[in-house]
Write a new protein. Structure first.
Length: 488
């Protein structure tokens, strides 16, 4: 039995390695944890440091648990093939649980190891911090799997919303939280006999950090241990959700965009492009992994708006608003790299054998992305900027920023989307280009363009002229390529 379990575990691990590392941000997590813990280590006592470190760990681990790593925890693409082998369900379940626990240990270790090494305490306390963090991540994973097992496909929108809020919360919390380190010190000093101060009793990291509080009873250390054991039990008994059916029917956003989708199809999309346009418009937003990987990134503009959109200085607020509107181009490579992603990639022959040119598929997909993603995003950004900075300012810069993003999307598509739409399984998707160089260049360029737009487009006639020039450029960028003449 043990030999078969080890063989299954080895096969699962190799399958994940062949599909690319599912937890690529581990080094980023370790760097962030080291930076943040290094900033607070001299400011807080043992309990305060543990509270901050466990909060960092929970926030950083929750994002991959809801995204790439979550797809591994909740589904097994080879389940039907594995179950046909001469193994028992008990052996299959045991191999799966060990695999999940190892992945969770890697996720937790990325942020906990730097935190434990930087902690000013003895070895036992550092080891206790590491164990408490692992127990916390186990609980997060168990709650995720149980929620999806109970809700099925209905949990998708909830997961996307939770991950978006986490992206916003992590960014805002990391920036604003470092300014409130004094609050944690005051909380520890005024807590009296409470080992979980009432002001933060609703925070799960506070429950785990309480085990390291100097006034905590000795038996409290067994509470996180018991919770971790319950989480492991939940991971063992949670039913598989790999067979969950994809979402059917239209959502609220689909219904709101339906008139625009039909109008664009009749006026802008050529006949040869309609197949790709319809496929991307209707099917791509319903892809579970695409939604979990891409939609939360659009919470970043909201985070920046929360951080700086209410500046008392009107000039600084407008400069910030301009940067917010033009920064969308920085997220486009992530969006475009996920366009080939699909759980139904085995049907790619429909696209491969379509009687149209590759350029027609590319143009149809680009136009669908403009309608389905850029339009609602800029409508939301326009509303946010108009409400926080001014309607006139938003009316001048939002159309220019939108047309700039459309041009950038067309220019980046062939570089970032390396295959046909919805043609690659999520665990096989690769993006073989220089992410750091591309995103860094786009960020630098977006900052320059945003500053120039803020300075030069203060008058309505200037903004209108820039929008007309960009609209002409968009028309040329999306024109059909000339038909190649056969060689005589």
């Amino acid at each position: 039995m043990l030999r078969r379990v080890l063989l299954l575990l080895r096969a699962r691990w190799k399958a994940e390695a062949a599909g690319g590392a599912p937890i690529a941000p581990l080094m980023t997590h370790a760097g962030l944890s080291a930076l943040l813990c290094g900033l607070v280590r001299d400011e807080l006592d043992t309990w305060g440091y543990a509270l901050c470190a466990l909060s960092f760990c929970a926030a950083l681990a929750a994002i991959p648990l809801l995204g790439d790593l979550g797809s591994i925890l909740r589904r097994d693409a080879a389940q039907a093939w594995i179950e046909a082998q001469p193994i028992t369900r008990r052996e299959l379940g045991l191999a799966r649980v060990i695999h999940v626990l190892l992945l969770l240990l890697l996720v937790a270790s990325a942020s906990l190891l730097p935190a434990a090494l930087l902690m000013r305490a003895d070895f036992d306390t550092r080891l206790a911090l590491f164990g408490l963090g692992c127990a916390e991540v186990l609980c997060l994973a168990a709650l995720l799997l149980l929620a999806q097992a109970l809700l099925g496909g209905r949990a998708e929108s909830l997961l996307v919303g939770l991950q978006t809020l986490l992206v916003v919360g992590v960014l805002v919390g990391l920036i604003l939280g470092l300014r409130r380190i004094g609050f944690v010190r005051e909380l520890a000093a005024s807590s009296g006999d409470e080992w979980i101060p009432a002001a933060i009793a609703w925070l799960p990291p506070a429950w785990f950090a309480a085990a390291l509080h100097e006034r905590a009873p000795s038996w409290w250390i067994f509470v996180p241990t018991a919770v971790a054991l319950l989480a492991v039990l939940a991971l063992c008994v949670a039913p598989s959700v790999s067979g969950a059916a994809p979402r059917a029917g239209a959502g609220l956003l689909d219904r709101l965009l339906s008139p625009l989708t039909h109008l664009v199809r009749r006026t802008w999309v050529r006949r040869a492009e309609r197949g790709a346009y319809e496929l991307v418009t209707l099917a791509l937003p319903r892809e579970r992994e695409f939604a979990l990987r891409v939609y939360p990134l659009f919470g970043l503009p909201l985070a920046f708006l929360v951080l700086g959109g209410r500046d008392a200085d009107p000039a600084r607020a407008q400069a910030f608003g301009s940067l917010l509107l033009f920064s969308v181009v920085v997220y486009l490579p992530v969006l475009l790299a996920q366009v080939p992603c699909s759980d139904s990639s085995s049907a790619r022959w429909l696209v491969d054998n379509a009687p149209v040119e590759r350029s027609d598929i590319e143009l149809g997909a680009c136009k669908a992305l403009v309608v389905r993603f850029l339009v609602p995003l800029y409508v939301a950004l326009f509303a946010l900027v108009a409400a926080t900075i001014g309607a006139g300012f938003a009316a001048r810069l939002a159309p220019v920023a939108f047309l700039t993003a459309v041009l950038a999307l067309r220019a980046l598509y062939s570089k970032c989307a390396h295959d046909a739409p919805l043609s690659i399984a999520p665990n096989e998707l690769e993006a073989p280009f220089d992410w750091a160089g591309l995103l860094g260049g786009l960020a630098f360029g977006a900052a320059i363009v945003a500053a120039a737009a803020w300075k030069l487009l203060g008058a309505p006639w200037a903004a209108l002229g820039a929008a007309l020039v960009l609209a002409i450029a968009v028309a040329f960028a999306f024109r059909a390529p000339p038909i190649a003449q056969p060689k005589s």
